[in-house]
Design a protein around this ligand. Structure first.
Ligand code: FAD
Ligand code: UDP
Length: 437
């Protein structure tokens, strides 16, 4: 940690202006949570950059031309079982309780998804009770020795017919792969129920940020120690602006210039339409497993509760090219990721956090949890220590807070030995001395 602009290969440059304890790459959940924690809890100076023109990452929302709140990167529904995650985010937003419901368009009917008692009864024209449903599914289910793939996962629970109607084609469309080529974890995200519960999620906390995700992110990043640079790829600034630790939340293979080959990420093309009618569909999302090139339609007013004479809908068209949205969980990709992960672990001054940087099919709450755990680990490393520098406690000087040892602290002294307090007025000065050859 003795060096500046740390991933080893980076040449040390004198600071042109200002310096930061932490450079956060990406203003999505992973980056914003860490920036907020590092700034508010440790008093560190944090620079957040994002190559997009906005904060929030894929959870960003905005008002469209008609004044409807929409999610440009597809529908984001917040749900978690973690009180820690929910309480943490509650500092930055009020909530609107919302339980997501999904219908699947199958055999000419709109049927509850996840598959439940009503799905089966309506599909097959039966009148099973919950108890009978258990027996019915058991009779349909295929007995497998082990459940490895997404196909195994479904056929072992509900059998081949329901698999073919609800899962096979949707998955092939969504991933460009057969379910037999994907880890079981992918379709395991969608449960099967023997009761009539038609909620998509059953988590303890299910709610939408009342004023939207972007407003929540604004409040997270509104700390005086946090500076924000949008429209900025970190490669444009990583050698220009001094920093001591990097939080990287972009794709991990891109960080390493794809040196082991590209990790597959599945992308989506979103088609947003605003319609001159108050309602479009009966629930938040309708899935189309077997028809059309799109997988699902989502009407945002269900999610946001917004009252409006018009309505806005998004169609999701899966594709290979485009922004990386989904890591693709299958064994060969996990193996490739491990190569990058091993390289990442050799970089003590860079933390890889989030869905793209750890190549995990994580929901928002899982990314928040991962970021909070990363913060707890980093806390000891990056905490201001009561090291005396030029007669002033280092803890008094936020820009020096990253100094982990007396040597680091000394190295961070300006060459002219100016008192640390003066650094408050010229924060970057602390770095200038040590980055000189
Ligand atoms: P991101 O949000 O991807 O943020 C990473 C940021 O890094 C991006 O803004 C990117 O521009 C920036 N970046 C990348 N490279 C660079 C670079 N070189 N320089 C500068 N910046 C860079 N989760 C749920 O819990 N519920 C849902 O309903 C839900 N629905 C989803 C629907 C879709 C269509 C998708 C794609 C995801 C959904 N998710 C949902 C998952 C959720 O989006 C993610 O868990 C979460 O947003 C990941 O946050 P992150 O910070 O890891 O990554
Ligand atoms: N899935 C499916 N049919 C559906 C819904 C989901 O086959 O009607 C499968 C599909 O492989 C999908 C996965 O289950 O990618 C996870 O679904 P989820 O709704 O969690 O996907 P996400 O919201 O993350 O896109």
């Amino acid at each position: 940690m003795g060096q500046l602009n740390a991933p080893g290969a980076a040449p040390l440059r004198p600071a042109a202006a200002g310096g930061f304890d932490v450079l956060v790459v990406g203003a999505g959940f992973a980056g914003s949570v860490l920036a907020e924690r590092l700034a508010s809890q440790l008093g560190l100076r944090v620079l957040v950059c994002d190559k997009r023109p906005h904060i929030g990452g894929n959870a960003h929302d905005r008002y469209d031309d008609a004044g409807l709140l929409v999610h440009p990167y597809g529908p984001h529904i917040f749900h978690t079982n973690s009180a820690e995650v929910f309480d943490y985010l509650s500092q930055f937003t009020e909530w609107r309780p919302y339980q997501h419901r999904v219908l699947a368009s199958v055999d000419g009917q709109l049927l509850p998804m996840p598959i439940n008692l009503d799905t089966v009864n309506r599909l097959y024209g039966m009148t099973l009770t919950a108890l009978e449903m258990e027996g019915f599914l058991a009779s349909m289910a295929e007995k497998l020795e082990s459940v490895k793939t997404s196909e195994d996962m479904v056929v072992s629970k509900v059998g081949r017919d329901l698999y073919n109607k609800f899962f096979r084609n949707y998955t092939r469309k969504q991933w460009g792969l057969d379910p037999s080529e994907l880890d079981a974890s992918v379709t395991a995200r969608v449960p099967t129920r023997c009761n009539r519960d038609d909620r998509y999620f059953t988590d303890t906390y299910q709610a939408m940020p009342r004023a939207g995700y972007t407003r929540m992110f604004e409040r997270m990043l509104a700390h005086p120690n946090i500076k924000l640079m949008l429209n900025t790829d970190y490669r444009e600034i990583e050698h220009l602006i001094p920093w001591r630790h990097m939080i990287y939340t972009g794709p991990i293979d891109a960080y390493f210039n794809y040196r082991h080959g590209r990790l597959p990420y599945r992308s989506l093309r979103f088609e947003h339409v605003t319609l001159p009618q108050e309602h479009f569909q009966p629930v938040g999302t309708v899935n189309f497993p077997n028809d059309y090139a799109y997988t699902r339609t989502t009407e945002f007013k269900h999610l946001t509760g917004q009252q409006h004479t018009q309505t806005s809908v998004v169609y999701e068209f899966p594709c290979d090219e485009g922004d990386p949205y989904y890591p693709v969980p299958r064994p060969q990709n996990t193996e490739l990721y491990r190569l990058y992960q091993a390289e990442a672990e050799r970089l003590p001054n860079v933390s890889f956090v989030g869905r793209l940087a750890t190549y995990k099919y994580y929901n928002m709450d899982q990314v928040v949890a991962q970021a909070l755990t990363t913060f707890k680990k980093l806390k000891a490393e990056l905490s201001p220590e009561p090291v005396l520098v030029a007669g002033v406690a280092a803890a008094d000087a936020a820009p020096l807070a990253a100094a982990r040892s007396a040597n680091d602290a000394a190295a961070a002294l300006p060459v002219n030995g100016a008192p640390v307090r003066a650094l408050r007025e010229a924060p970057g000065a602390a770095f200038q001395g040590s980055s000189a050859p």
